[in-house]
Ligand binder design. Structure first.
Ligand SMILES: Nc1ncnc2c1ncn2[C@@H]1O[C@H](COP(=O)(O)OP(=O)(O)OP(=O)(O)O)[C@@H](O)[C@H]1O
Length: 449
């Protein structure tokens, strides 16, 4: 979860890649590239885990190792782990430090699930030994910012499904937070210390996806020079997240169904099956029931997956959360900027409230990220956000503001629903007759909204 804090001391070039992975895996990562910076970070904040990434490019000399040892001894509540190249381990002082003071280490290159498992164990151990649990307010929100009723319900649903083994199917528009919800399910589940493996089914070439998911044995095809486990096996003991499952080729859907029914997989070219203990969480932004109707998705797989379902609401249906999310993203994006950005000006807040966010939370995040870079002011403006100031409600007259917001909402709903009045009315939560009346009032026609 984003709220769990890890310190990453990166000695060499590998650190950036590792840092990126840790962030994607939901860790709140504080990075530094020298021991004294690590020392001051440890003095300021509590970390359950500290990871030293050491490749041969930047070896610590004896004094450096001694400084690192002092750092380890000064951080009693932190479990230390290392990720290092074999060459680094040739230094006997470094080796001794790892043996005497570190909880675990891995040798580069490694597979992400191995790193995830090591860090997860270290975090668990920190909690057992020192009681360093995450006590930040975000721990309660499962790392999902939002106080709208639908978000409160979503978090309740996540906690309920987390304890079960059946697959979970997450629906929601692109950018609404499906992946975040999927990770929250894993992090709340009894499998949380097992691996978390993400697969975007739409991003892997159809020719590769079979061997990527199921692995292969040596000689299975040209280029298969050694046995290789697939992503499902890599998730053994944990959770696999199959994003955009609607993009999975039909022939592979049959293999996936077999895996769900029998809990075994067969590597490409293998004679025998291997038992695996993996929970499946899948997501789709396309309506899978419609895909079944169009013959694009297997009905039997759909029913197998559709046991526990979670709906992540689009951002336009929880507009009260927009300022909260914007503030949260501002904090994240502005953290390492030299210049202080205090917040959003009134027009920016009004522009965000009037916009319908077709790209959902991701779009809001991107807007704030852009604004933090572009702004020259202490307060972000609508223009910094890339939202047209002309759209902004400048009036302080509440009635005028309401009328303008109503007109905006109707026009956007019609645009989003391709000028289909019935669907736009459903989207707005009013009857078709009411929408016709409102369109009349605002002089909006379905053709030219
Ligand atoms: N409630 C939330 N609180 C904080 N951040 C959020 C929230 N919802 C989404 N985000 C952030 O918004 C971005 C998009 O979310 P995510 O990747 O989970 O969406 P998605 O529905 O899986 O998108 P896609 O369909 O494109 O895969 C991420 O950076 C995520 O961390």
């Amino acid at each position: 979860m984003p709220a769990r804090k890890i310190l990453c001391l990166s000695l060499g070039a590998e650190g950036k890649t590792v840092e990126g992975h840790l962030r994607r895996a939901g860790w709140d990562v504080a990075c530094c590239s020298d021991v004294s910076a690590a020392h001051s970070l440890l003095a300021q904040r509590k970390f359950s885990v500290a990871l030293v990434v050491a490749d041969a490019a930047q070896r610590l000399d004896e004094a450096g190792v001694a400084a690192l040892e002092a750092c380890v001894h000064a951080s009693l509540k932190t479990e230390w782990v290392a990720l290092c190249e074999q060459a680094v381990l040739e230094s006997h002082v470094f080796r001794a430090l790892i043996l005497n003071c570190f909880f675990d280490y891995q040798v580069l290159p490694l597979e992400w699930p191995d790193l995830d498992r090591m860090i997860e164990h270290a975090a668990q151990r920190a909690m057992l030994r020192h009681g360093v649990a995450d006590t930040s307010p975000e721990a309660d929100t499962l790392g999902m910012v939002g106080q709208a009723g639908s978000m409160v319900q979503l978090r309740k649903d996540i906690r309920k499904v987390a304890g079960a083994f059946a697959p979970v199917l997450i629906h929601g528009e692109s950018g609404s937070g499906k992946e975040l919800a999927a990770h929250a399910i894993h992090a709340c589940s009894p499998r949380k210390s097992g691996p978390w493996v993400e697969v975007n089914c739409g991003a892997i070439a159809p020719s590769l996806i079979h061997s990527e998911l199921f692995g292969y044995v040596k000689g299975a095809f040209t280029g298969a020079s050694a046995d290789r486990r697939g992503l499902i096996e890599a998730a053994d003991g944990g959770t696999i997240f199959l994003d955009e499952i609607g993009d999975l080729p039909l022939e592979l859907q049959a293999n996936l169904l077999r895996f769900l029914q029998e809990k075994t997989i067969q590597r490409v070219g293998a004679v025998r099956s291997t038992a695996v203990d993996v929970r499946v969480v899948a997501a789709s932004h396309v309506n899978l029931a419609e895909a079944v109707a169009r013959g694009r998705f297997r009905e039997d797989l759909f029913y197998r997956l559709n046991v526990l379902t979670i709906e992540v609401p689009p951002l336009r249906q929880r507009m009260d959360d927009v300022p909260l999310l914007a503030k949260h993203f501002l904090k994240v994006c502005a953290a390492d900027r030299p210049r202080r950005v205090e917040g959003f000006d009134r027009q920016a807040l009004a522009a965000m409230a009037a916009y319908s966010w077709p790209g959902n939370v991701r779009e809001l995040y991107n807007c704030v990220q852009r604004a933090v870079v572009m702004t020259d002011q202490r307060y972000i403006s609508a223009r910094d956000l890339g939202l047209a100031p002309a759209d902004v409600v400048a009036s302080t007259d509440l009635d005028a503001a309401r009328t303008l917001a109503e007109r905006e909402a109707i026009a956007r709903a019609l645009t989003l629903m391709g000028n289909n009045v019935t669907r736009a009315a459903r989207e707005l939560g009013v009857s078709r007759m009411t929408l016709y009346r409102l369109m009349d009032k605002h002089r909006i026609s379905a053709e030219a909204s």
